[in-house]
Design a protein around this ligand. Structure first.
Ligand code: NAG
Ligand code: NAG
Ligand code: NAG
Ligand code: NAG
Ligand code: NAG
Ligand code: NAG
Ligand code: NAG
Ligand code: NAG
Ligand code: NAG
Ligand code: NAG
Ligand code: NAG
Ligand code: NAG
Ligand code: CU
Length: 799
């Protein structure tokens, strides 16, 4: 890959591992103009009534000034020997990411609930130590902040097996030019087999890209030493497509694998120690260019047709226009303004009986904290932990791919949402910000909050005398991250019956494989192309606090049984309800039961309702199925997939076990910074502070319907968290957005509307419509040297 969005994130030409992101051609691709930059915020959308958060947001991402102070502190620490990112090369120590360390939960609760002192601000900092033969990333805790003589920095050794919280990095140096030089050394063969142009080692002129497995492999060398292996394939750059008036370049490189692969030993930091180990073409393996050339020159050498780009990779409208389809479809309007309140400064949202704080991180994007319902905390924390895309195939590149996407980050790629498409025109935008490589980047409208009618009722009933019906209006918090070829849409929905729903949807380009005897690993979906099967597994953390921190996970299972009742002469085959507790972390790894027979609940056994039942919340998959990885012990991921081997997990919550994964695990997945499996040590789970980690995702075997892009309709997965014996009846009865119509034979005798106001205002849709020419990218601010007065347009980080 020649252009790394990761480089933009790092803000430097420092050589970094090649992400799976398909390349941006030199001419760029973004057709939309940008607005003048003045502040960090975009006001493209309607304002919500303001509110004051009850407390400060303890989890809010660092402001520019906070991040600048922290980075200045780090540069003053001589033991870190840091080089400013702007001046750094691969052989320097540089700051990767700085982010807020969530305060200890006990301190946070004392502050939130008992007027305790506000917890100190601390940071987690990841630093790349490049000034050494064996480069590594190390995680530090830094605080208290702002920097003072009390401030210190400490390796974050809690919750990790990695010594001093260090993880080796094996691909800090640029290998791409070595791959290209190798390809150039067999340009005659490459040109012939791939019908590719390879005129120089300056790859601007070439028609193909080279990239491959992720994470890298390790192999034992002949002398027993550890060898670092990269298998790469050739990918064709998409051709410009004639779109009618002009030509346009679509981002379909991941649909254009060429079926030619090279194996490299890239051990160590000295390129002179790197070597080509082999070449694979049509299932034939050659150990050198000479061997390959000899075979190629022989008569009878089997050549296969490479995949070619063309109109089929474009996402523009194509095909016959359907009847009436160009006319405007129905749209959402919001006649009387936003019905929720926002504290902009504290990123706090209040809608109906729900309230929550929002934050945003470089690794995982949008996160919610302190979610309250009817004044009581339900969830202390809710958010993504990690996302795996695990491929398989009969070629080494697909077989060797198991993306750990927080490495690339969900934060950097959560670009501006598009009103009228991603979100209703009237959605409320919340800016998001993260700090990486001494640059602070703010996404304009990276998060949107909006209400919408769900287009099915919350409730209805009718008889021959009356009809009763209640609208289902829900609040959605949405963010979309385009991590390379895929676009992940994250929704947090809040419903009037007290339900919270977490949904992830995937669209964008699939990563495909060259079709070569690949039937076992996917469908043939185009000429020379296999869909390349893969699993998506996205892990979320849900820190439940139902009426206090001490809760118990229970299962209420419907089971068949034969019962001899007193009142019947013979036994009856029937069913009953079996109640069990999840006693300890030994039972902490769980899968969804067959036929959905288990109800999985988090209850507070000390809080019974008026009927004597335990008050709680139920967890249930609502779209897609509960997911875990098919590959239980992946040769790509090793100890970095241990949150993905079961559908959900329950653990005793600890400040030292904050995350199921670490963004830099991908550097050395056998020896990760966070190995989730180590969190299970048999502790009791009865009335303890519980945390649930659950997986969403899909087993994705792309078919022709994934061309040119996967569609959100079927590629989606949700979890619901819903009150269960928590209240004494359905709280959605509180809504006024309902109607009762009484009728007597054919005549309506009464209509009751409960004070709900009708939408009577005239709506000029042209006035509410958003102007797409105002779509704008990120605002970036350099931190070292700190330059807050000169934010600049960060177009390059936009994938
Ligand atoms: C940012 O982009 C806008 C729109 O393209 C342009 O007018 C402005 O000059 C740019 N600002 C900087 C600092 O480059
Ligand atoms: C943004 O807000 C400013 C100040 O409130 C206002 O003057 C401007 O018209 C708004 N722009 C848009 C695009 O709504
Ligand atoms: C770092 O050192 C410089 C120079 O001594 C000083 O101006 C700056 O305040 C220090 N930064 C912090 C956060 O202490
Ligand atoms: C500090 O880093 C530089 C490279 O940025 C390196 O040349 C130097 O040896 C390092 N110093 C120490 C003491 O490690
Ligand atoms: C909270 O603490 C402050 C300072 O200790 C005190 O002034 C205030 O009255 C307390 N508020 C409540 C609600 O206890
Ligand atoms: C390419 O070929 C040249 C000339 O034979 C050789 O010196 C060089 O090492 C080769 N490069 C690679 C990357 O194989
Ligand atoms: C090879 O590439 C050239 C230039 O892109 C193209 O015109 C030609 O049709 C291609 N050959 C085949 C067999 O597709
Ligand atoms: C082509 O240009 C015409 C006239 O400018 C415009 O109306 C039309 O939308 C354009 N079509 C495409 C596909 O860009
Ligand atoms: C498929 O396998 C057969 C038999 O091993 C081999 O001859 C053929 O080259 C393979 N096809 C491709 C496209 O690799
Ligand atoms: C939760 O339960 C533990 C273990 O019984 C107990 O030590 C702790 O005090 C309880 N916490 C609260 C807030 O009740
Ligand atoms: C995973 O696979 C490796 C290599 O095949 C093996 O050594 C290891 O024991 C396996 N681990 C488990 C938990 O099955
Ligand atoms: C319905 O109302 C109409 C007009 O008020 C009346 O003429 C008719 O008799 C009523 N029908 C029934 C079945 O009550
Ligand atoms: Cu997929």
């Amino acid at each position: 890959m020649r252009f790394f969005p990761l480089l933009a994130l790092l803000g430097t030409a420092l050589a970094m591992p090649s992400p799976k992101i398909s390349s941006v051609r030199p001419n760029g691709r973004r057709p939309l103009s940008r607005r003048q930059l003045s502040t960090d915020s975009a006001n493209i959308t309607a304002a919500a009534p303001s509110a004051s958060a009850p407390s400060d947001n303890l989890w809010k991402y660092f402001s520019n000034d906070e991040a600048a102070d922290l980075i200045s502190y780090l540069h003053n620490q001589t033991d870190l020997n840091l080089t400013a990112v702007a001046d750094a090369g691969a052989w320097d120590n540089t700051i990767l990411v700085v982010d807020v360390l969530p305060p200890a939960k006990a301190d946070a609760l004392a502050y939130l609930d008992n007027n305790g002192t506000k917890p100190e601000r601390w940071a987690t900092v990841h630093i790349t130590f490049g000034a050494t033969e064996e480069p590594y990333v190390q995680e530090f805790l830094v605080g208290p902040l702002p920097a003072s003589d009390k401030t210190g920095h400490y390796p974050n050794t809690a919750g990790t097996q990695a010594k001093d919280a260090k993880i080796r990095v094996y691909d800090l140096d640029d290998t791409y030019s070595f791959f290209l030089d190798t390809a150039f050394n067999m340009s005659d063969i490459v040109s012939d087999l791939l019908n590719a142009t390879i005129t120089s080692t300056d790859d601007i002129d070439n028609t193909f890209d080279i990239w491959g497995i992720d994470p890298l492999w390790h192999e034992q060398g002949e002398d027993g030493s550890d060898r670092v292996i990269n298998w790469v394939g050739f990918w064709r750059y998409p051709d410009e497509i004639d779109t009618g008036n002009s030509t346009f370049n679509f981002d379909g490189e991941t649909l254009l694998p060429q079926g030619l692969y090279m194996k490299f030993d890239v051990t160590g930091r000295d390129p002179s120690g790197w070597s080509l180990k082999g070449i694979l073409y049509t299932d034939e393996y050659y150990t050198s260019i000479d061997e390959f050339r000899t075979a190629w020159q022989k008569e009878g050498f089997i050549k296969v047709t490479p995949t070619y780009s063309g109109e089929w990779i474009g996402t523009d409208q194509t095909g016959d226009i359907l009847p009436l389809e160009t006319e405007s479809p129905p749209v959402n309007v919001q006649p009387q303004g936003q019905r929720f309140k926002v504290d902009e400064e504290q990123k706090w949202v209040e809608w109906m009986d729900f309230s929550f704080y929002i934050t945003f991180t470089r690794d995982t994007g949008l996160r919610l904290f302190d979610i309250k319902y009817k004044g009581d905390r339900i969830l202390y924390e809710l958010g993504l932990q990690e996302a795996i895309a695990h491929y398989a195939g009969n070629d080494p590149v697909q077989s060797g791919t198991g993306y750990l996407d927080t490495y690339y980050g969900f934060g950097p790629y959560a670009f501006s949402l598009v009103p009228g498409f991603d979100i209703p025109d009237y959605a409320y935008c919340i800016d998001s910000k993260f700090h990486a490589a001494e640059i602070s980047v703010a996404h304009r409208c990276g998060i949107a909050v909006f209400e919408a009618d769900q287009n099915y009722l919350m409730q209805r009933h009718s008889t021959d005398e009356y009809l009763s019906a209640t609208k289902n209006v829900a609040l959605t918090v949405r963010s979309v991250s385009t991590v390379g070829n895929y676009d992940y849409n994250f929704d947090y929905n809040f419903y009037l019956d007290g339900t919270i729903e977490i949904t992830v949807r995937a669209s964008g380009y699939i990563q495909s494989a060259y079709y070569a005897n690949n039937t076992e690993y996917g469908y043939k979906i185009h000429k020379g192309l296999s869909g390349s099967m893969h699993d998506h597994n996205l892990n979320f953390k849900a820190d439940f606090d139902i009426l206090g921190v001490n809760n118990t996970m229970v299962k209420h299972t419907v089971e068949p049984i034969t019962v001899q009742y007193k009142w019947n002469p013979t036994p009856r085959n029937t069913m009953h309800l079996v109640r069990t507790d999840v006693l300890s972390e030994d039972e902490g790894k769980q899968r969804w039961s067959a036929n959905a027979q288990e109800q999985v609940l988090v209850v507070n056994k000390d809080e019974l309702n008026a009927n004597g039942e335990e008050r709680g919340y139920k967890i249930m998959p609502s779209r897609g199925a509960g997911m875990y990885l098919t590959v239980q012990n992946s040769s790509n991921l090793f100890n970095s997939q241990s949150f993905a081997t079961d559908a959900y997990y329950v653990l005793k919550r600890k400040d030292t076990e904050l995350r199921a994964s670490n963004a830099w695990n991908r550097n050395d997945p056998e020896r990760p910074l966070v190995d989730f499996a180590t969190f299970f040590n048999g502790e009791s789970l009865l009335q303890e502070d519980l945390v649930v980690f659950f997986n969403l995702g899909m087993h994705h075997v792309p078919h022709t319907g994934d061309l040119p892009n996967t569609v959100f309709t079927t590629a989606q997965s949700s979890m619901m968290i819903t009150p269960h014996n928590y209240l004494l009846s359905d709280p959605s009865r509180q809504s006024t957005q309902m109607i009762r119509i009484n009728y007597n034979n054919d005549n309506v005798s009464d209509v009751v509307t409960f004070g709900s106001q009708e939408a009577t205002a005239e709506v000029n849709l042209a006035q509410t419509a958003w102007d797409p020419w105002t779509y704008s990218g990120d605002v970036a601010t350099r931190k070292f040297p700190y330059d807050p007065e000169n934010p600049y347009n960060d177009t390059e980080s936009i994938v």
